[in-house]
Design a protein around this ligand. Structure first.
Ligand SMILES: Nc1ncnc2c1ncn2[C@@H]1O[C@H](COP(=O)(O)OP(=O)(O)OP(=O)(O)O)[C@@H](O)[C@H]1O
Ligand SMILES: [Mg+2]
Length: 470
């Protein structure tokens, strides 16, 4: 990668922060949308009901400490295990951790079962996930043209393959700052971007001198449009000061996996061959590419031009991992560029997958040795009631008092998770029956229609007996 850097000492420059769409936060959080954080006070003590969290204070406080250590970079090479019975909020706590970590820290969630793919090796899946969780914040000085767009003149030409269609050929535009006005001419790609983004006079734009990337920064407050359109939803900003052509510091965060992909694509060329062979979507990335990326990242860090943000890899239901996957993780956490790994499981003592060795939680002992364990416990009815009413608010469901009581009862008897599911189902039932508030009857109906895990097991067992007789 050819990052061009200019020494930034003594230069005070505006900082543009881009959060790339590539560092994806996980999406499978439907059941956890009410969780906004861990609900701790400034001394990291849990407040019983806060940030959508209820009870489970010890686990929340422990997670708070873990976050503090992550932020201070003191937890690398360790894993955190979340252990507790089903529906006791392990996934919820992991979601809260991701909320607390902030946008700059990558957080990736996967399930233990995701390592089993017919296309990729287990270790490859894990390594890919690990590298997604390491954010590299890169600081770079770049030359840009920046100013309020005063005039704009786009020349078009017939499309090379379709003479009836016009395409932009070149562009001439004037940019104004508080200090000066400059006219620049540019080619088709910039003209195209300006047309596509619907950029017009009055907008403040920025054009990268080297790559030609155009960014629309907003509407200038000084422009005619900026002054008149009060209800305009576009962001309004002051006209830039200084010269039109200037150097700015850009800060962007890429995940290591993004850098792997960019490098792999470069290496195998973006030529015709790869286009026909569908080369760009690389399924597996070479070790060589990764080593090269690691090297260049380390160099950038040494030169003070990049900072590493180790993120969090959360593997839910991690008893589904097998010995090979565990050994790989064990080795991975010893290496230099590694995220914090949180493993959640609801198993007690069980066999480690891929062996007949029994072990606590189904994890190898040497991994457990290097972990901190956070336990979650079953809820009392009061907490269940509280969580259910938070959930009903979140899902915009109105519950009659009796319906809430009924759901709480179900939650205490089987599991919180099950009663949260029944809440949505009861609401659906109420909607079908065309009444606004969910009543105890709705809950009773869906309780009869659906089974919890215990009932389902019992049901199937009965059938098994019947089958044996035949
Ligand atoms: N302390 C809590 N405060 C608020 N909501 C909670 C809390 N604990 C759990 N929940 C909610 O209850 C439901 C079930 O919890 P969750 O899925 O986190 O359990 P789990 O321990 O991950 O279960 P499993 O072992 O089955 O994966 C979710 O909707 C979750 O958001
Ligand atoms: Mg879970």
């Amino acid at each position: 990668m050819s990052w061009k850097f200019v020494i930034q000492q003594g230069v005070i420059m505006a900082t543009i922060r881009e959060v790339p769409s590539k560092v994806r936060r996980f999406e499978r959080i439907g059941a956890h949308t009410h969780i906004k954080g861990l609900g701790l006070d400034e001394n990291l003590n849990a407040i019983k009901v806060k940030d959508g969290m209820v009870g489970q204070e010890k686990a929340r406080e422990a997670a708070g400490l873990v976050i503090q250590m992550i932020k201070e970079g003191k937890l690398s090479g360790k894993t955190v295990i979340l252990a507790g019975p089903p529906g006791t909020g392990k996934t919820a706590i992991a979601v809260a951790v991701s909320r607390e970590l902030g946008a700059n820290v990558p957080f990736i969630q996967m399930s233990g079962s995701e390592v089993y793919s017919s296309e990729r090796k287990k270790t490859e899946v894990l390594l890919g996930a690990i590298r997604k969780c390491i954010g590299v914040e890169i600081h770079e000085m770049r030359k840009v043209y920046e100013g309020e767009l005063i005039t704009i003149d786009i020349k078009t030409a017939p499309h090379p393959y379709n003479p009836y269609q016009k395409v932009p050929e070149s562009i001439r535009l004037s940019l104004k700052t508080e200090k000066e006005e400059k006219t620049i001419e540019a080619g088709a790609s910039i003209a195209q971007q300006i047309m596509q983004e619907n950029i017009s006079e009055g907008n403040v734009i920025q054009i990268d001198a080297e790559t030609g990337r155009v960014v629309n920064l907003g509407l200038s407050l000084e422009s005619a449009k900026g002054k008149t359109y009060d209800v305009d939803t576009r962001k309004k900003i002051p006209r830039p000061t200084g010269e039109v052509m200037k150097e700015k510091e850009f800060v962007y965060t890429l995940a290591l996996s993004d850098m792997d992909e960019i490098n792999a694509r470069r290496r195998f060329g973006g030529g015709i061959f790869s286009m026909f062979m569908g080369g760009s979507e690389t399924k597996e990335i070479d070790t060589e590419v990764r080593t090269a990326v690691d090297e260049s990242v380390k160099n950038l860090v040494d030169e003070g031009k990049a900072f590493i943000h180790p993120g969090v890899l959360f593997i839910d239901d991690s008893h589904l991992l097998d010995l090979e996957a565990f050994s790989f993780l064990g080795r991975a956490i010893e290496s230099e560029l590694v995220p914090i790994i949180i493993l959640a499981t609801n198993r007690g003592v069980t066999t480690i997958r891929g062996t007949d060795v029994k072990s606590p939680m189904g994890f190898p002992l040497d991994l457990i040795d290097r972990s901190v364990i956070i336990a979650t416990h079953e809820y009392d009815p009061e907490s269940i009631r509280e969580i259910l009413s938070i959930r009903s608010g979140e899902e915009k469901v109105e519950l009659q008092k009796k319906a809430l009581e009924k759901l709480t009862e179900v939650g205490a008897k089987s599991s919180l998770r099950y009663s949260v599911q029944l809440l949505s189902l009861s609401a659906q039932n109420a909607r079908t029956m065309k009444h606004k508030k969910v009543s105890a009857k709705d809950v009773e109906r869906v309780t009869k229609l659906f089974m919890d895990i215990g009932e389902a097991a019992e049901h199937l067992r009965k059938y098994e007996e019947k089958m044996m007789k035949h």
